[in-house]
Design a protein around this ligand. Structure first.
Ligand code: TK8
Length: 339
């Protein structure tokens, strides 16, 4: 009676021993707290997406993995939070790719104005081979990318006049993201660009440090830029994404099961976030019109002119970034367009 008992016990001991020593990365789900931060408000589709991520991680981990969301850049702006991920003092952030070009220069190709015409085109590139290659540049920077969420097509607001033609950009002081491509493109159009972190934008508009800014509709409406901006021009000049980032230091300590939970939650919440973001566009325009903003469309012909003016900027950076990857993006885009 005693012998079999001992055998069973020692077998158990051996098993759990080899589990913890040989590969602790495989032993289930631990109690963890995941601190996330974003620049936008909780009401923004990005904030709603983070709430969805929290819900999914907590559900999939049976409540063991807890997500703590911080909004409104309370943990810092995109660049600062990304650096905190590298240092391992914050676990997750979903910044715009644009301010990350100092870490991954290749992300600059997503900043080329007038490259994507539709969200479908953006999805095809970001979820396809090109987007994946860009994610592969992240681990050497201490970051793990779990895919792309949507910031969206950027539109221009300002306090001076309606921007209907390429000439109308002349002399406008415009806040841009901290990104060389955006800076050069606005300069080429004759505007006076000032790069600035996101959390400083409202005050800069209010004080008149800058005349205008550019962001997708959900941001314009949730940041209440209409309180300090009279004109909204639907320039749709560039599509910029968010990238879902995890600290590599944190990621490497997770078990396979925990990594799977994070991956699935980021992806599912991302689908939810993109849908929500897209449904907000029309609503936001109506709301801002009601709030008294003067809104104008920009004709395709004028957008074409703007594109021509900016072309040398795209060409210059394509060479800097690596023409091969840019060519691959253009070839993929042509396929999506059926050309
Ligand atoms: C939020 C930013 C913002 C971006 C910008 O952290 O800076 O204008 O569009 O949404 O990523």
């Amino acid at each position: 009676i005693v012998l079999p008992g001992i055998l069973v016990l020692s077998a158990c001991g051996n098993n759990s021993d080899s589990n913890t020593t040989a590969s602790s990365a495989n032993d289930g789900i631990k109690e963890r707290t995941i601190k996330t931060g974003i620049g936008n408000s909780e009401a923004h589709p990005q904030g709603q997406g983070m709430n969805k991520f929290k819900e999914l991680v907590e559900e999939k981990s049976g409540g063991k993995m807890k997500v703590q969301n911080f909004f409104d850049a309370t943990l810092g702006d995109d660049l600062k939070m990304t650096e905190a991920l590298q240092a391992g003092t914050q676990e997750v952030t979903t910044p715009s790719t644009s301010p990350l070009v100092g870490m991954v220069p290749e992300y600059g190709m997503l900043d080329f104005p007038f490259v994507f015409n539709t969200e479908k085109e953006a999805d095809a590139i970001l979820d396809g081979k090109v987007g994946k290659q860009l994610l592969e540049r992240l681990p050497e920077q201490g970051l793990v990318g779990l895919g792309y969420w949507e910031n969206g097509f950027r539109q221009l607001t300002n306090s001076k006049h309606a921007v209907k033609t390429a000439e109308d950009f002349k002399g406008l002081k415009v806040r841009t993201m901290q990104n060389e491509v955006h800076l050069d493109a606005f300069e080429k159009l004759g505007a006076n660009p000032t790069p600035m972190a996101f959390s400083e934008v409202f005050t800069a508009l209010e004080s008149g440090t800058v005349d205008g800014q550019e962001n997708p509709m959900p941001t314009i409406v949730t940041q209440k830029y209409n309180e300090v901006q009279s004109h909204l021009s639907l320039t749709k000049h560039v599509y910029t994404p968010f990238v879902f980032l995890v600290s590599k230091k944190f990621w490497d300590g997770l078990s396979e099961e925990e990594q799977k939970i994070m991956r699935e939650a980021a992806e599912e919440a991302g689908k939810f976030q993109r849908d929500l973001n897209r449904s907000e566009n029309e609503k936001a325009i109506k709301e801002l019109e009601k709030a008294g903003m003067k809104i104008n469309e920009v004709s395709d012909q004028e957008r074409e002119k703007m594109k021509e003016i900016i072309k040398p900027v795209n060409d210059k950076f394509a060479e800097k970034i690596g023409a091969n990857l840019v060519d691959e993006m253009m070839t993929e885009l042509a396929k999506v367009r059926g050309k």
